[in-house]
Design a protein. Sequence first.
Length: 426
Amino acid sequence: MQKILTKIILVIFDILFLISIFFIVKYFLHQDIKLQDFIFAILIILLLLYFSKIYVFRYDFWQETYLIYKNLFISFLLILSFKTLNQITIDNYFIIFYFLLIFILFPIFKRFLKRVIFQIDFLKQKVNIIGEKKQIENFKKEIKDNWYLGLKYSTKKYNTLIIISKDFSVKSLESITQHSLNTYSEIYIVPYLDSINFLHSNILEYSNIRKNLIHIENKLLKKSNILIKNIFDKLLAILITPIFLIIHLFIVFLIKLDSKGTVFYKQKRVGKNGKVFEIYKYRTMYEKGDIILKKYLKDNPQEIEYYKKYHKYKNDPRITKVGKFLRSTSLDELPQIINILKSEMSFVGPRPYMINEIDLIKDQQYFILKVKPAITGLWQVNGRSNLSFKERVDLESWYIKNWTLWMDFVILIKTIKVVFKKVGAK
């Protein structure tokens, strides 16, 4: 009953949203179009959304937004084709403007809608989790924090079960799965292998022997993906260069006003295929900073241990007042757009490691040094300075193996959010 009611509510409000956008576009473009003449377009959008199962599964916001955008694009092409074949007299500008508004407003509307309806406890899907203790805690935290999922952890009267396969033997897992399917109509299984994102994998069926094959690729080692990523980087860099130049003049003034020294700071970093290059940053430290640091570490020896774990100092005395602001907002890394234009870096990817850090990457070197380092990445939007060095390396290895252009887009959006909130910046 709870699932059906939630589905009905979501569908009804989506219909009302799509109809509302129709009348908004009609008003602004002064088009004399009746709703019944456009209803075919709304039906095409709804059918594609329905068959993508966004009304069935409790998707994460970013996965659902990806599915919405994907189906809106297909809907747009289908509607234009249907209109042409059936000689429907609706202006193409009307359709284009309609879809532009939907692209912008639909994800915002979905967030607002789910924020409201999932305040109602009855509409939350009750979930129990069994498996490894650490992962159970991770899932419980996600269910609690991510209200968009509309889930509620419960060990009693739950209608959904998540089975974390790690630490179960194959025989135990099969037994639990069979028993669970006898009790519940559906269950979710978390794969043992968590270094691969199976969402974009292809599953093949060998029906004669009743076996499945999961096709896995190392995404950022494919030439076609590298080309797409490079084009994306160059286009984005060109687009934001005028904005960068305006901000640059303001930052130069602040740096010169605050302390003596150069505007830019250059440092050798390890790039793609182990090639050493000079990274550009705004200077955020006083001149003769090594002398200041030496005295500080003598008085604060605990900072040495902190650096060994996080590869940063908790309170670095070398940083200027303007430098603290630039670092907390990540504006100190803005000049790396120059590195992107020089094809030395990307917008999203692994961090540019220092030469003395390469040996610490250990067995992940193969993945990380095969791609360009970047301004931002998974570690910046998942804890930043609060993560240990090993945790950062693991995240970057995961990113390379599971890369998609959509993931880059999501990381860039999350980076903006993290920067504004000043999370974990040092």
